[in-house]
Design a protein around this ligand. Structure first.
Ligand code: SF4
Length: 261
């Protein structure tokens, strides 16, 4: 029985990453609202004795901040033991919003951060430099608040994997901008990159990485940060690891994404 559920509150975003698959919704497609009855029906699928990991995602969920707050409150009113995680590019975050998110129970934020170099970040995300600056200052704000901050980075080119991982991890370790880093391989032909990434991290760390979720995701502790790597498992309907993927929940009335389970 799965214990992870991901609510997709919208499919719009304020930036335009070149690797974005908008969680299988067509960009520019219809966006709807979650209603309590609908969420209640969704939650009955998950035994209340188990902790449920509830991820809030999009598109960029902070474009619909009020809906995010409403959604979390609705879930909380329907069941107790949930861990709430927000997936966001964090460029739209502000202190007041962060305080509210913390107060209503978000314990971790996972930020899209494909590069810690401003030029490269802007190239990959098609964002203006001021948004990179904002993401960095908001990272500090999140860390100061005591919430976990995981940077989600993207492995895109096989030949760069080793250098990319090494310099990224070194920067995060030095700056303490995040306390977790996760490298995900978004390419359809992922085996080679995945193996190279695992090899790089094992050499960096000097020890075997802990494996979980069907052997497709690995993680380790390096200095003070947790580092993980994973394959994008949603491209292949027959991949047995898909059993470990989140359940995707979209608002009623929105066309069902191809890979929704
Ligand atoms: S921040 Fe996320 S939703 Fe927005 S464009 Fe990038 S990958 Fe897509």
């Amino acid at each position: 029985m799965k214990k992870r559920v991901k609510f997709l509150v919208c499919n719009h975003c304020n930036i335009d990453c070149n690797f974005c698959h908008r969680e299988y919704q067509e960009p520019g497609g219809k966006t709807g609202k979650f209603k309590k009855r609908y969420i209640s029906d969704v939650l009955t699928k998950y035994p209340s004795s188990d902790e449920l990991i509830v991820k809030i995602s999009g598109g960029e969920p902070l474009l619909y901040f009020d809906q995010v707050v409403k959604l979390i409150k609705m879930v909380k009113s329907l069941r107790n033991n949930c861990k709430f995680i927000l997936l966001s590019n964090i460029t739209l975050l502000a202190q007041r919003k962060l305080d509210i998110l913390k107060e209503i129970g978000i314990s971790e934020i996972r930020a899209t951060m494909p590069s810690l170099d401003m030029g490269e970040y802007c190239r990959v995300t098609n964002a203006l430099p001021k948004l990179f600056t904002k993401a960095i200052s908001n990272s500090r704000m999140i860390r100061e608040s005591g919430l976990n901050l995981r940077y989600n980075a993207v492995l895109q080119k096989c030949e760069d994997v080793e250098d990319y991982i090494k310099s990224y991890v070194a920067k995060v370790t030095k700056t303490s901008l995040a306390n977790k880093v996760f490298f995900v391989n978004e390419l359809k032909t992922s085996d080679q990159i995945f193996k190279k990434a695992k090899n790089t991290l094992e050499h960096l760390n000097g020890k075997e990485m802990k494996m979980y979720r069907g052997g497709r995701v690995f993680k380790t502790n390096y200095n003070s940060i947790e580092v993980g790597i994973g394959r994008c498992i949603n491209w292949n309907d027959n991949d047995p690891a898909r059993e470990f993927a989140d359940d995707y929940i979209i608002p009623p009335g929105v066309p069902i994404p191809k890979y929704n389970t």
